[in-house]
Design a protein around this ligand. Structure first.
Ligand code: SF4
Length: 425
């Protein structure tokens, strides 16, 4: 957890939405959380957190590792001697990495993940990665990024991880569509099949499932972001000559159609081919979402800033399920990536960037929303006050992108009401 002093709130009225910036105390998880889904995605990668026992506990409990499993993440503990400058942390780190890589030959990609403690002692993980690379490449590639909780929120861990990979990808002029953002394999396969059905086979994914399958990129690469929180990754890709496509994100039937269409249009795929390829899946998605509309329509939802998925999810709940938006908080508002999403929100939507948690709690209590989407730390106290809550982190851990998951996404928002009804009977 991290906290900042209250520095107030500014407002910026636009023609269509009221966007406020809030600065104050925050209640968020740190970027280490991303290791939970990234280590499942890249199957021969290992994430070595260089941090404290607190960092180790955080990922152990978030990932819920079985005791007999060989996990693909761990923590090199910085202890009191290191913090006091009594030991050479670099020597210790080299020793840990050597032990790990000699014991685990299946590891092909090692991430050194920075934390609050490693940043406090100014441990230069970039130099450590370069030094270790000289010993272990090409057998093992060694990269580094920061998952620290200083001024960040938990989805920034994935952004930092993917951004660290981009400069090392091989250059290619190949004309291709790159989908950036970690997706469950099953969702990735669905998107690949949909594009193939339109006649587009040159589709690559970042991250890849294995270290030797990472895409080549260059000026022929058009990028669709699958996650709205990939600000640094998007910037790194454009610096390599790739072109970012602007689209809503693939949540719900409407968002998925618009996202796929942005990719299809960039490759000259016509309306007829697009409709033929997507019609059936789109109809299934619309029907499965519609099942939850009677439960959710007319209810009001309040988003605390947490996952950075808030704006696309608010758009989905408002447009496909008829929910009212009491407030849409988001830790950061990446205006260019979210331009299409902001356009689709109702004109009177209040979007709040950043967090001043006490002021926001006051607004939430005054609004009395039917559903509050928030981090774990706020959910229990708000439930105790009688509010119905949804953990925002669950929306990142669950497969929610694309047509086939659209009904599941709607169901995630309907479930808290069912749970409350059960508790009431
Ligand atoms: S990186 Fe920082 S916020 Fe995250 S668990 Fe470690 S000490 Fe806590």
């Amino acid at each position: 957890m991290s906290a900042m002093p209250d520095r107030g709130c500014t407002e910026q009225a636009t023609a269509v939405k009221l966007v406020r910036s809030a600065r104050g105390q925050r209640e968020v998880f740190c970027g280490l959380t991303g290791i939970v889904w990234l280590h499942r995605k890249i199957q021969d990668a290992f994430f070595l957190v260089v941090g404290s026992r607190t960092c180790a506990h955080l990922i152990q409990s978030a990932a819920g590792v079985m005791i007999f499993a060989e996990p693909r993440f761990g923590t090199a503990i910085i202890d009191e001697r290191d913090l006091a400058g009594l030991a050479d942390v670099n020597d210790e780190l080299d020793r840990v990495v050597e032990q790990l890589l000699s014991r685990r030959p299946e590891i092909k990609l090692l991430f050194l993940v920075g934390s609050c403690p490693s940043e406090v002692i100014k441990l230069d993980l970039g130099r450590a990665a370069a030094r270790l690379s000289r010993s272990f490449e090409p057998r093992v590639r060694i990269r580094h990024y920061s998952g620290s909780g200083i001024e960040t929120t938990f989805t920034q861990g994935e952004d930092a991880c993917l951004a660290s990979l981009v400069p090392t990808l091989v250059t290619s002029e190949r004309r291709q569509l790159l989908i950036a953002g970690s997706l469950p394999d099953i969702v990735e396969d669905q998107f690949r099949r949909l594009f193939a059905a339109m006649g587009l086979d040159a589709v690559a994914f970042l991250p890849a499932r294995r270290a030797n399958e990472f895409p080549e990129i260059g000026p022929g690469t058009d990028v669709l972001l699958a996650q709205p929180f990939l600000a640094d990754t998007g910037r790194a890709l454009t610096e390599r000559g790739c072109r970012l496509l602007t689209a809503p994100f693939p949540f719900g039937a409407e968002g998925t159609t618009a996202w796929l269409k942005a990719g299809a249009s960039a490759f000259g795929i016509g309306e007829a081919a697009f409709d033929d390829a997507t019609r059936d899946a789109r109809s299934r998605a619309e029907a499965s979402v519609a099942r939850y509309a009677p439960e959710l329509s007319g209810k009001r939802v309040f988003f605390f800033p947490d996952s950075q998925l808030e704006v696309p999810l608010a758009r989905f709940l408002s447009r496909e399920l008829g929910m009212g938006l009491a407030e849409v908080g988001t830790p950061f508002l990446h205006r260019s990536h979210l331009a299409a999403e902001l356009e689709m929100l109702p004109a009177d939507t209040v979007v709040v960037e950043g967090q001043d948690v006490e002021a926001q709690l006051d607004r939430c209590r005054a609004e009395k929303p039917d559903l509050t989407v928030c981090g774990l730390g706020l959910a229990n106290p708000l439930e105790a006050e009688g509010l119905t809550t949804k953990w925002s982190i669950e929306l990142v851990f669950s497969p929610v992108h694309g047509y086939e998951q659209a009904g599941d996404l709607a169901e995630l928002f309907a479930r808290p009401f069912v749970r409350r009804l059960r508790l009431a009977v």
